[in-house]
Unconditional design. Sequence first.
Length: 189
Amino acid sequence: MSKKPSNPLGEDKELDEMRKAFDKMFGPIEDVNYDDLFESARHVTEQYNQDLRSRAKSPEQLTLGLECTVMEAHGYQGSTSVSGEWREGTMQSFSSGHTYRTEIKVESGTLVEKLEFKGWPPLEIGDSIRAYILKGKEESEKSFGFGPHRDPFDRPKIHLIERAYQPVEQPSKIEKLRDGKVVATYHNK
């Protein structure tokens, strides 16, 4: 008795069962109107982008001053160097400066527990500060274009939208407060 050869067009029992399962889940493939499918996808993409644009804000709108109490302040110094080949072909390294950064553990009544700041602002335990934090994240618009007519250099637009505070933040500025008044300002450049 000879075995009937497998036919990729659906006569094979296993493939036929798979096709029936897909038809049951998604409907028969023959009934798909590709113009309607693409129009629906384009509409969903455009709706997403409109919603994203409506939630977008400027960096100024998203930079908020968070009042905190300093619980700990740790200053760190590092050295930087430049390496290069000297005239005789030997590799040499030269000191080029120092880096300074401060980790500030804070109590803020929010999720923020630590601030990372460039430089050494003279802060002590118990100081009241206002940390200016960019509470935003970048999000890209979705694009609906592919194939030979899509420009590969057409990058999606990026918008800044609000995000939640994180446990570790990098403020752009810290103001030291005394009796509710700003007595010193430190910039994180």
